[in-house]
Design a protein around this ligand. Structure first.
Ligand code: HEM
Length: 377
């Protein structure tokens, strides 16, 4: 998409698309301004457009991701402290052990030392970690992972049509909601050292719908995104013939978040008429803020199309900006850092893919590939 961003941004920071019926915003300053101003640019599509959700969308639209303050802050304020870097740090040994286990298992099954990084590590790891963090017992984690996988599945096998997939997804969603409902009830009765217990104890006034919605949100917002961060990192390092050492790893991960942002765009709705670059955005218009384009804006980043592993400062917008700045950013950073560390210390990692064979995942706003073969020696 990067040539498209650059061409359009050179003409104007924002463009109206008559087919999709929305504005596309490409420039760093404008994207940042829109994400930073909840009063003029809402995340709640119902607020300004009267959009009526259906099915499981109803659930998700009630969560913080789709609510403006003050409703947004109700759940965010309760859970914020459990996602701080100091709070997620205790998961490090678990993430390291799981990364090693997943890689060893994948290699065991491979005849030639080549494994698909996505299948082997980047895809399973985030859901295992979030299950552990929430307090899903080890014996339920496989079932939990299957439900979660089904919910985020983009395309099914060729023999399955969209309707059948949707039905399976509805079923998995219900099963997961029931599972969370039981888990919440159990932890209310018998507290444990886990996230569900902590939230229940921190605020007894959160409704069951708010709590369930939040648990579902973690799966939807946190898993494929982290998968893509790990995969995009290995892909980029492979292309650059570079592997970061201990001291560069974390800045290199920030640069991947800029250079190949796993989330490329976020949507907002204008709450009033606004003029940008002589164009009038009208109240109720939808705006697609391209984080991936803002991250390559030459007015903010020198050599924007070059991967600079020790780039500093690096004020990328890969985790968004403002009120909705990613809650899971410290966890995603930790997971990527530990997974890449384990990968690099246990093995020598070499690309086993051809650029032309890489297939992008099907999504209008997520950036990643479906599989990434690597040779592990
Ligand atoms: C919000 C990206 C991982 C939970 C966001 C937003 C972005 C983002 C761009 C802003 C949405 C907006 O402005 O509308 C990413 C990326 C990730 C990642 C690139 C991985 C590399 C995670 C993880 C979790 C998580 C691991 C949780 C376990 C959330 C939540 C929000 C959010 C709950 C909503 C925050 C709010 O509305 O206040 N994320 N995310 N994310 N993310 Fe992440």
């Amino acid at each position: 998409p990067y040539d498209w961003y650059a061409d359009r941004r050179a003409e104007s920071p924002l463009h109206w698309d008559p087919d999709r019926h929305c504005w596309d915003v490409f420039a760093y300053d404008e994207v940042k301004r829109m994400l930073g101003d909840d009063e003029s640019f809402s995340v709640n599509p119902r607020e300004a457009t009267g959009f009526q959700p259906a099915g499981e969308q109803t659930f998700l639209l009630e969560t913080m991701l789709f609510q403006d303050p003050p409703k947004h802050d109700r759940t965010r304020d309760v859970v914020d402290e459990f996602f701080r870097p100091s709070a997620v740090k205790s998961l490090e040994p678990f993430i390291a052990a799981e990364s090693q286990r997943l890689l060893a298992e994948a290699l065991d099954e491979s005849d030639d030392g080549v494994v698909d990084l996505v299948d082997a590590l980047a895809y399973p790891l985030p859901v295992i970690v979030i299950a552990k963090m929430l307090g899903v017992p080890a014996e339920d984690r496989e079932q939990f992972k299957q439900w979660s996988d089904t919910i985020v599945e983009g395309t099914a096998g060729e023999e399955e049509d969209a309707e059948a997939l949707q039905e399976r997804q509805m079923e998995a969603g219900m099963a997961l909601a029931n599972y969370f409902r039981d888990l919440v009830a159990k932890r209310r009765e018998e507290p444990r050292d886990d996230l569900v217990t902590s939230i229940v104890q921190a605020d007894e006034d959160l409704t069951e719908t708010e709590l369930l919605g939040f648990c579902m949100l973690l799966l939807i917002a946190g898993n494929i995104t982290t998968t893509n961060l790990i995969t995009n990192a290995v892909r980029t390092f492979g292309e650059q013939e570079y592997w970061p050492g201990e001291r560069q790893r974390d800045t290199a991960i920030e640069e991947v978040l800029r250079y190949r942002a796993p989330v490329q765009s976020m949507t907002r709705v204008a709450m009033e008429d606004v003029t940008v670059d002589g164009k009038t955005v009208e109240e109720g218009d939808t705006l697609v803020c391209w984080l991936g384009a803002a991250n390559r804006d030459g007015t903010q980043f020198a050599d924007p199309d070059t991967f600079v592993p020790d780039r500093r400062p690096n004020q990328h917008l890969g985790f968004g900006y403002g009120t909705h700045y990613c809650l899971g950013a410290p966890l995603a950073r930790l997971e990527a850092s530990v997974a890449l560390r384990e990968l690099g210390t246990e093995y020598e990692v070499r690309p086993a893919w051809e650029d032309d064979d890489l297939e992008p995942i099907e999504s209008s706003f997520l950036h990643g590939v479906r599989s990434l073969p690597v040779r592990l020696d």
